[in-house]
Design a protein. Structure first.
Lengths: 243, 385
């Protein structure tokens, strides 16, 4: 059973095809790892699925609805949430208020009073209770990344897209974040993770999708996929380009 | 009791007390300009607070207040004078027409993808210019001849002209502030704050951004127009140049910025302070220096108190109230000024000084980032290829 099925997704930026006919299937209750060199289209795919960028072509079935025809708030209402690689908290609100806001809107509507009461549970889940009421500029990057998770979870999603949760964290924080991702998954949320640390994605995901220049070049079991010659070439090729 | 319950009782008390003012002024044989002073303050409060519902809450900077105000003025002018409608029947039409104009503007500008804040600001500025030319061109609106509002009949239960103005401006200002408060303490208000902070993120978390922006703009225009409708009477002789100028949009911006745009109460405080100051400067015969003084004060206060003076005063609300009461007492008892309005203006100005005390919260003083975490480390793969 697929939580989401996308076919032939195309996204241009001017003359550049960021996504060139991508097919993606996300199995319910599983973790899909999205990998590929810089500029391969991973983040663009996240942005298209969550409605941040309108797609040029394609169809994405999510619980019977075509996501590409919905606005971002309707996509949230359908049960899909995402995080940002560079945290984007609401800066005039505290962490608790950030979480309360996404609970109020999110998948189902709740009143402000209910949201204020409920916000604590996600702060607790992400270990942010202590800093919940501080001004947002007093949180560390690690805490802001967890706030991204707390805020996304407060929308009560069935599918969660995680865009580089680990980028910029130190090794201890990376370990903590990996445990957090597993805890989220244990709650029954289907996950898509975009990650540069191949070791981590391979360990977490049940399926990998490898993108290169906007196309899917491989998909399947992580250990098998990472040994395929196209995948190795894509990674090494990108290294040479950027050297 | 809930915070909202308490606040609503507060609103009711303020309403009752303020409505006693015209009666008290009459009973004590106090000068009638006390009433005029207050209803002019109500005018500015409604204009500033309604502007802030759009700009302070949602972050979309508007120069359009003059347009909503002008639509209101001309609607009651045309209906009540040219067509002989009862004034109180023309008044709601003024509000509705201004509100609908706001929604039409919203339909156009908020539908544009990637609308920059600058484009929105410029569009709202242009609206007033367009309306002014239309009013000048068509004689069924103005046609360059103006509209005489003096002598417009008002229902008797409203009392004499001053009292009637007081009652009508009060009702509009009260409804505006109440709406601003109720929004502030609701899901919709929070949705708007999220739009102000980061609209795409708010949208992605489920905030119906288009609908909410339309609502904020509609409410802003509705109350701006409603108060404009009332104000046509005070203007007396309505002309295009007097109505569609930069005065209203400029003043609501100054008032809200000074008072603070992030709290529903900020523009109320800003409106009272700036209005009483300009009024006193005018009455002291300093019209020419007026703008220099107000401008200077604004620069000092905005640089010293970024979040607006209301939030600062609230941090030390006991001290603020005490300073205000003491200044009022000193000025009244020693008879330092010629009227209560002077006493009030001096006392407010002195109270503003409390806002200049250093803030207790130090938002700038954040903890150093945790060891080994460069804040810029996550820069890769952010922009589209």
């Amino acid at each position: 059973m697929n939580a989401l099925t996308g076919t032939g997704i195309v996204k241009h930026f001017g003359g550049i095809k960021a996504l060139d006919g991508v097919d993606v299937a996300i199995e319910e209750g599983k973790i899909l790892g999205l990998v590929g060199p810089n500029g391969s289209g991973k983040s663009t795919l996240i942005n298209v699925l969550s409605g941040f960028y309108p797609a040029d072509q394609g169809k994405v079935d999510f619980g019977g609805a075509d996501l590409l025809r919905l606005g971002p708030h309707e996509i949230a209402g359908a049960g899909l949430a995402r995080t940002f690689q560079i945290p984007r908290p609401f800066r005039t609100m505290t962490a608790r208020e950030n979480v309360a806001l996404s609970y109020m809107f999110g998948q189902r509507r709740h009143s402000l009073a209910a949201a204020r009461r409920a916000a604590g549970q996600w702060l607790e889940f992400t270990d942010l209770e202590e800093v919940g009421d501080l001004p947002i500029d007093q949180l560390t990057l690690h805490q802001l990344k967890f706030l991204e998770l707390a805020r996304a979870l407060a929308t009560e999603p069935t599918l969660l897209l995680l865009d580089e949760v680990l980028a910029g964290l130190n090794p201890t924080e990376v370990e903590e974040s990996i445990r957090m991702i597993q805890r989220i998954h244990d709650q029954g949320v289907t996950l898509v993770i975009v990650e540069h640390l191949v070791r981590v994605v391979t360990a977490l995901s049940s399926t990998l999708l490898v993108l290169d220049q906007g196309r899917v070049i491989a998909r399947g079991h992580p250990e098998v996929v990472m040994k395929q010659p196209e995948v190795i070439r894509a990674y090494l090729g990108s290294k040479w380009e950027h050297a | 009791m809930t915070t909202r319950g308490k606040a609503l009782i507060g609103f009711a008390v303020v309403a009752v007390v303020l409505n006693l003012v015209p009666t008290l002024v009459e009973a004590f044989d106090a000068p009638g300009f006390y009433v005029t002073f207050m209803f002019t303050a109500f005018f500015w409060i409604a204009q500033a607070v309604s502007w802030n519902i759009l700009t302070g809450y949602s972050g979309y900077f508007s120069f359009g207040q003059g347009a909503w105000f002008g639509i209101g003025v001309y609607t009651t002018g045309i209906l009540a004078v040219k067509h002989g409608w009862p004034f109180l029947l023309a008044l709601p039409v003024a509000g509705v027409l201004a509100g609908l104009s706001g929604l039409v503007l919203g339909m156009v500008v908020f539908r544009l993808r990637k609308l920059g804040g600058e484009i929105f600001a410029l569009t709202t500025l242009a609206i007033a210019f367009v309306l002014a030319s239309v009013a000048r061109l068509y004689s069924f609106i103005d046609g360059g001849r103006g509209i005489f509002m003096t002598g417009t009949p008002l229902p008797e239960f409203l009392g004499d002209f001053r009292t009637a103005m007081f009652r009508m401006t009060f009702v509009v200002a009260f409804l505006t502030v109440l709406t601003a408060y109720l929004l502030y303490e609701s899901r919709i208000g929070w949705g708007l704050f999220a739009i102000r902070d980061d609209e795409p993120v708010a949208h992605g978390l489920g905030v119906p951004v288009f609908r909410y922006k339309m609502l904020a703009l509609g409410i802003n225009a509705l109350f701006g127009g409603l108060m404009g409708g009332v104000w046509s009477l005070q203007i007396g002789f309505v002309t295009v140049d007097d109505v569609f100028n930069i005065r209203v949009p400029l003043f609501v911006i100054l008032m809200s910025v000074l008072g603070g745009m992030k709290h529903w109460m900020g523009p109320v405080v800003g409106a009272v302070i700036i209005y009483s100051l300009t009024d006193r400067l005018n009455s002291a015969g300093l019209e020419d220096l007026n703008q220099v003084i107000i401008g200077g004060l604004l620069i000092v206060l905005v640089l010293a108190v970024r979040e607006g003076i209301y939030l600062r005063l609230r941090e030390r609300w006991k001290l603020s109230l005490a300073v205000f009461a003491a200044a009022m007492a000193i000025w009244t008892i020693f008879d330092l000024a010629t009227s209560l309005i002077w006493d009030f203006s001096y006392a407010s100005l002195i109270t503003v000084g409390v806002a200049l005390l250093p803030s207790r919260r130090r938002p700038g003083e954040s903890e150093p980032p945790s060891a080994g975490v460069p804040q810029t480390a996550a820069a890769s793969d952010r922009s589209p290829p």
